[in-house]
Design a protein around this ligand. Structure first.
Ligand code: FDA
Length: 308
């Protein structure tokens, strides 16, 4: 892991820097590269633009590690309202949520109850509810939540991280419940005994895991979603999908808003199902620092915004 990445991920945890950054208009300006705006309406508006290009959307309201169950209730209520907007919008739009944004740090049962409520509502309007994966201390609980919700609602997906050494075993065990899986590389600072430190190892693991997901797709044992901006890797996996006889509609490619946009358009025009994850909300600091850590050169956007 590069020194810059380590420093940026450490900075992501600082409440002091969080307060400082969110008060600075130039930082807020710099975040616009990765989010169309803080209001849910900004996200819905951006999604309509993407729809015109044939791209679907996954929405997420930023926020994590809530410290009060009342705040988690408010997040659940927000999403219930948001599903009404989605139903009325005609968008191919879905929602992705972090378990700690529904109070996982405070109560597993409450978090599960909220996820079940949201999964039922999401399913009633024909959408997939996505469960994000946070740092490695949450993986067991997140997978337990996924299994509990999946046993009642088929349209629910979970994120797995290729950098974790445990993920091949997690994937094999999930295949028995025909999961919907978004495979990502992983965005958190993890110790070496838990996650690969060298990017090439993560990239190799990503290929092998995605290949396994694609093999399972034709039999209906997995709905694979490639959550990465690594276009050469996606191109190699598209070739593997063809080799395994997986039809284009049997897997999807998801990327973040503002990253590799031309690549997203090219993949869409090649006939792939492409969805863009759009974030909104005011609690963007930690999420934004993870985006900087993924590509430390992004810090120059902050500097440029400061210079106007
Ligand atoms: P990689 O880092 O190799 O980047 C490939 C190329 O993409 C780079 O060369 C660069 O061109 C471009 N790129 C990547 N990141 C960029 C950035 N921030 N700014 C500008 N360009 C960039 N993680 C997690 O731990 N839990 C989760 O739930 C999710 N959810 C999630 C959903 C979706 C739809 C995506 C696309 C990603 C996530 N992630 C995530 C984040 C993921 O773990 C990972 O940190 C990022 O996707 C960056 O890795 P890449 O796969 O893009 O590869």
């Amino acid at each position: 892991m590069s020194v810059a990445r380590t420093i940026l991920l450490k900075m992501a945890k600082s409440p002091f820097l969080n307060r400082q950054a969110t008060q600075r208009s130039f930082v807020r300006r710099a975040t616009r590269r990765f989010m169309p705006g803080e209001a849910p309406e900004d996200a819905l508006h951006a999604a309509q633009m993407l729809k015109a290009e044939g791209r679907g959307t996954v929405f997420t309201k930023l926020g994590e590690n809530l410290t009060s169950l009342a705040d988690a209730d408010a997040v659940r209520d927000h999403y219930l309202w948001f599903f009404d907007q989605l139903a009325a919008s005609g968008l191919d739009g879905h929602v992705s949520i972090k378990p700690t944004q529904l109070g996982l740090d405070l109560s597993f049962d409450q978090c599960q109850a909220h996820l079940l409520t949201l999964a039922a509502r999401s399913e009633s309007i024909g959408k997939v509810l996505w469960i994000d994966m946070e740092d490695s201390s949450y993986v067991d609980r997140t997978l337990a939540l996924y299994r509990a919700v999946r046993s009642r609602h088929p349209k629910v997906g979970v994120c797995l991280q290729a950098y974790l050494r445990r993920t091949p075993a997690d994937l094999e065990s999930l295949l028995s419940i025909s999961p919907i899986i978004r495979l990502v590389k992983g965005a958190y600072a993890e110790p070496a005994d838990v996650a690969f430190r060298v990017k090439a190892d993560t990239d190799r693991a990503y290929f092998d895991l995605a290949d396994r997901m694609l093999q399972a797709a034709p039999g209906g044992f997995c709905v694979p979603v490639l959550g990465t901006h690594d276009i050469p890797l996606i191109d190699r996996l598209v070739a593997r999908a063809k080799a395994h006889g997986v039809a284009e509609r049997q897997y999807e490619i998801h990327m973040l808003y503002g990253i590799r946009d031309a690549g997203q358009r090219r993949l869409r025009s090649d006939g792939h199902t492409v969805k863009t994850l759009i974030s909104y909300g005011s609690a963007w600091y930690r999420w934004y620092m993870r985006r900087l850590a993924e590509r430390p050169a992004n810090v120059w956007f902050v500097v440029r915004s400061m210079l106007g």
